[in-house]
Design a protein around this ligand. Structure first.
Ligand code: ADP
Length: 152
């Protein structure tokens, strides 16, 4: 079994994230979306809200699970027998950030590989940070997130 974890803050989950999940899940037997807490970030949606929103998007997908976690991604992967981490890359800035994390994760957990998918071109400009700014200023983000995700 090849199980992967797609870890992230997902504050909020975007069409860019959804594209990575839908393309990535074809590569693995099971994909677990790990909704985490990055201690360097301040959040707009709390952990339960972020998790519930993503669960709505993938409610019909048997091979995709959504779980919240705290602590190290490598420990979360061990707990769920995942031998791959999935991450998305938009640009060089993402690459530099992701590169050091991936190297550290393999050092912490030998055998754990990180697989990167490039962003789909049409979603390259979408970032959760910008969507949070739009929301804080009462703007509409519905064109950038999966349909129905925000409606409880
Ligand atoms: P984190 O706080 O762990 O960086 P994010 O929610 O910001 O979590 O991002 C999770 C993953 O999704 C990261 O690998 C990030 O590079 C990737 N990602 C974010 N936006 C996009 C996008 N528009 N297209 C492809 N990948 C993306």
């Amino acid at each position: 079994m090849n199980n992967a974890v797609f870890p992230g803050s997902f504050d909020p989950f975007t069409l860019g994230h959804e594209s990575v999940v839908r393309r990535g899940c074809k590569l693995f037997d099971k994909l677990i979306i790990g909704v985490g807490t990055n201690t360097t970030k301040s959040y707009l949606f709390d952990l339960d809200e972020r998790t519930a929103m993503i669960e709505r998007v993938f409610a019909d997908e048997k091979r995709i699970e959504v779980k919240s976690f705290s602590g190290l991604t490598v420990d979360f992967c061990k707990e769920h027998n995942a031998n791959y981490i999935l991450r998305g890359l938009r640009d060089g800035k993402d690459f530099f950030y992701e590169n050091s994390i991936a190297v550290m994760n393999t050092s912490l957990s030998p055998g754990l590989e990180t697989v990167f998918l490039l962003t789909a071109a049409e979603y390259a400009g979408i970032s959760s940070t910008i969507l949070r700014e739009i929301l804080r200023n009462n703007g509409d983000i519905s064109a950038f997130v999966p349909e129905g995700m925000m409606i409880a």
